[in-house]
Design a protein around this ligand. Structure first.
Ligand code: BV8
Length: 235
């Protein structure tokens, strides 16, 4: 990275929350090693067995109570506060660690664990307790129409136009803690390259998309992300 960037887009995945104690998906012993994503992270799976899906997300939502943001989340929030240019965080994660670390310009492209979506009236609202087929929508009062406000496989991620517009204008694209398996997020690095941005991967190990990045640093997010942020702030 030669000159000081002015517009940064930062994509994060499960790896940035790993050191906070949140399971990743595809590492050894990860979430998809314990449960079939087709059963719990697709609309078809929810239609087939809603209580299995509610249990899957209730467990993960309860887990939010015992975790804290780590040094990587905190460094990114510092970058947003102190950087003179423009930063947008795009996370695939559905935990709330970025916002709890202080990040504000944040897009949860795969939704949020601590929110509910009513399929009857379309309202989205905060939801931190267990959810089941008898949960009542606070907006329309109906029962049995709530689902977790997360984006399942086969569903359109949130705020894609805003994300693509930011990538088209960025001069630095950083990918942190993602295996680069899931689209359209995994394709963002190529959009950034096309826009002429410098592209950087910060991960524990090379991802599926490693060949697309101009620069890469491998190690634990709590170690390499603060160093990278200081380099950007230091100029
Ligand atoms: C869609 C939310 C279209 C719920 C999730 C091509 C183009 C477009 C779509 C597709 C395509 N090819 C295939 C598709 C379909 C599909 C897809 O990508 N499938 C894959 C499996 C091939 N994509 C979709 O279905 C998407 N929707 O395309 O819609 C459309 C168009 C029109 C109209 C309607 C629809 C929706 C995808 C979203 C699915 N939802 N989750 C939930 O969380 O339960 S995906 C799930 O994977 C999570 O969101 C997760 O964030 C995401 C990505 O995983 P990662 O974050 O990367 O986690 P992973 O474990 O894989 O990797 C962790 C990494 O961290 C590792 O590399 C590891 O080394 C590293 N790490 C570990 N520890 C550390 C660390 N790094 C640093 N420090 C550490 N300590």
């Amino acid at each position: 990275m030669t000159d000081k960037p002015s517009r940064i887009v930062i994509l994060t995945g499960a790896g940035i929350s790993a050191e906070s104690g949140v399971d990743t998906f595809r590492d050894e012993g990860g979430i998809w090693a314990k449960v079939d994503y087709r059963d719990v992270a697709t609309p078809e799976g929810f239609a087939r067995n809603p209580s299995l899906v509610h249990d899957f997300y209730n467990q993960r939502r309860q887990g939010l109570k015992g975790i804290q943001p780590n040094a990587a989340h905190i460094a990114l929030a510092k970058l947003e506060r102190e950087f003179s240019g423009n930063v947008l965080f795009v996370t695939q994660n559905i935990d709330d660690l970025h916002e709890r670390a202080g990040s504000q310009r944040l897009v949860h492209m795969h939704g949020e664990l601590a929110r509910a979506l009513c399929v009857r009236c379309g309202t989205r609202h905060g939801w931190r307790e267990d959810m089941d087929a008898f949960s009542i929508c606070g907006a329309c009062g109906s029962t049995g129409h709530l689902r977790p406000d997360v984006v399942w496989f086969g569903e359109m991620p949130y705020q894609m136009e805003r994300i693509s517009a930011a990538i088209a204008l960025c001069d630095l694209f950083v990918s942190i803690g993602t295996s680069g398996n899931v689209y359209p997020a995994a394709g963002f690095v190529e959009e950034a390259k096309f826009a002429g941005a410098h592209t950087v991967e910060l991960n524990l190990e090379p991802s599926e998309g490693r060949s697309h990045f101009a620069e890469a640093h491998y190690g634990k997010a709590t170690e390499i992300v603060p160093v990278f942020v200081e380099r950007i702030l230091g100029g």
